[in-house]
Design a binder for this molecule. Sequence first.
Ligand SMILES: CN1c2c(nc(N)[nH]c2=O)NC[C@@H]1CNc1ccc(C(=O)N[C@@H](CCC(=O)N[C@@H](CCC(=O)N[C@@H](CCC(=O)O)C(=O)O)C(=O)O)C(=O)O)cc1
Ligand code: HCS
Ligand code: ZN
Length: 775
Amino acid sequence: MTVSHILGYPRIGAQRELKKATEAYWKGDLDRATLEQTAKTLRADHWQAQQDAGLDLVSVGDFAFYDQVLNVSVLLGAVPERFNAAAEVDQGDVALDTAFRMARGRAPSGEPAAACEMTKYFDTNYHYLVPELHAEQTFTLASTRLFDEVAEAQAAGFTPKVALTGPVTWLWLGKQKGAAFERLDLLDRVLDVYADVLTRLAEQGVEWVQLNEPALVQDLPAEWQQAFERAYNRLQSASMKILLATYFGGLGDNLSVATRLPVAGLHVDAVRAPEQLDSVVDRIGPHQVLSLGVIDGRNIWRADLAALRERLMPLKVRLGSRLWLAPSCSLLHVPVDVNAEADLDAELKSWLAFARQKLDETVTLARLLDQRATNADEQRLADATRALDGRRDSARIHQPAVATRLAATTAVDSQRATLYAKRAQAQRQALALPLYPTTTIGSFPQTDDIRVARRAHKSGELGTEQYEMRMREEIAYAVERQEALDIDMLVHGEAERNDMVEYFGEQLDGFAFTRFGWVQSYGSRCVKPPVIFGDVTRPAPMTVRWSEYAQSLTQKPMKGMLTGPVTILQWSFVRDDQPRETTCRQIALALRDEVVDLESAGINAIQIDEPALREGLPLRQGEWQVYLNWAVESFRLSASGVTDATQIHTHMCYSEFNDIIGSIAALDADVITIETSRSDMELLNAFKDFDYPNEIGPGVYDIHTPNLPDVDWMVSLMEKAAERIPAERLWVNPDCGLKTRRWEEVEPALANMVEAAKTLRARQAASQAEDTASV
Ligand SMILES: CN1c2c(nc(N)[nH]c2=O)NC[C@@H]1CNc1ccc(C(=O)N[C@@H](CCC(=O)N[C@@H](CCC(=O)N[C@@H](CCC(=O)O)C(=O)O)C(=O)O)C(=O)O)cc1
Ligand SMILES: N[C@@H](CCS)C(=O)O
Ligand SMILES: [Zn+2]
């Protein structure tokens, strides 16, 4: 029999129950027992859904109040000292509030402390909390939560397979702190605790533990490859079967490492890397299970069950009951249930499968391979084939004019008419900005009031005209505040946007959007990625009326605000019937029209955000350049339709930029605002070494903390920046948008920022006066 299972299920809840309960708990509106009860109910519902669908095992250990990597840090007792939790660690019972303080710096109980760093999980839009590692670190089994959840599942009659980030990937994702050392030196200490965990799970009667090791799909130094052997030799035991799970790509040069490990089973991604199947099957040990990730865990398209059955049948014949089937990765990265989408048109809906539907697809496929398909399975197979045929032939997907326009674009279209140095002169004249001009990244606080108005508008309670008036009031308020703060280049504040990608998705043809298609982005925060199903066009201007109105309220330059083509692509569910680069260029052309319209409406500076440019990089370095070429070209295509005097800005944040600095320069944006404050301007070394030619606004304060940034500190940061980049090419701005902050925090922070810029100007004027006097 073919075992069917999943690597993990979305934990946030079909109605975002976990988000709502957790946020209420943080606010003090819900007690801990009720929060725990909500979580317990969700876990039970999710296990029930897996069992009802017919899966052979249910996934335990995929639940987290905040993040699954943080869960392992807590399990291992890797709680940084500043959280004052040594006693909790020693007692083997780290409190939930301690984990929340690690994640967010504060919790209903305990002293606030600087939160742990958060960063993107591989190439996803999910963020994990970075384990902090230091040379003297010790580890101990410091939480019983995992074991409690196993007991909970067993008591409810489920057969659990436990899922956990594996030891090598946990270290791989960690960051060394303090004195220099190699984090791999900690491996043996980490393994001692993993061994205890496995022993304890075996005592509970757990048969299978899935250790997630996606690090194996990346380029690994030799010592990290060897670490896998060391780790899994140490962890092998007679009483516990380990399923080593790899996903998000192929094993590539780690193939022999992975297939030599003494584990009972291996899971590989057959969606991202179908080409690896035959070589994996050839190398897998004669008694090992091979779990094939055949249902796409990263996208929402319905699976082609007939084609999969045909492809998998020979493997079934070879592997027999050693073949397992699963989605490619955890279903954390897709929304919960397409059936909740009552407003989505029936044809489009029939093309989609969310987490709930992917359970059914996995089970049906397993039963088809076993020749034990039920009538319902046969029906599902027929429905899938019909839907896919319909999708392939659908007139709504292809718009010939889009292909024609794309084919007619040439290299000239992705180039500004003149070089930066010449454009800069025209822009200086048009914009008349002071030295060290101040600006912000785009969004101002998304207050409850704004969201309530939007909700009322969506439900029909508030008419479009009234809603637009409300948004205009917000824009006017943001402009007035910025004027009072004496900021030099203003923004309209993005009040009208639910999200920087969803907002554009709602207005572009070729995109569909959902009502409940939430996916966890970090902690309790979710995003609702639009679905790109067809050729992309812009039926009407999307932002022009807001920017035009905002500009009418001030003499200062108003910056237009768009999300760039790569970020829209990266944060959407993208059609799988044409190359991603083609879809990206289509989006770029739609945005190009918007950029040109903004210019015609009198907007002299336009920011095209690309925070996801780095995240889109393939996980293997060998594939980077091809991606960067089309990503950069798409950005330039969107930006290059304007005259010299129009200043193009871009913005990037919370990514590792050093290794793509050449591509950032190739964007040829006149100004880039970039997150740097947490790295103490070190990032600018890369810009200096590269001789970055255009203007830069290195973020001078971290918008994720409510703490007030100090004027002197910002001045000193900018002085460090000026050692690397000439002052006349520097801007002063925060790290990122201010939508998650409150006005009470934003105003004093920006007042200090403006004061810092004025101090810098005064110092520059004084030093110039001194130079003149000494000549
Ligand atoms: C910059 N970031 C972004 C990423 N990805 C994106 N797609 N967008 C981003 O901005 N990736 C990297 C980072 C991640 N950062 C964040 C930061 C903040 C959030 C966030 O606050 N998410 C909100 C949801 C935002 C939103 O869409 N709000 C809606 C209201 C939604 C709502 O609650 N609706 C009602 C129902 C309405 C109805 O249809 O009837 C409800 O459910 O009750 C809005 O403003 O209109 C969050 O709350 O999680 C995300 C990522
Ligand atoms: N313009 C956006 C960029 C976020 S990365 C904002 O300010 O929120
Ligand atoms: Zn940002």
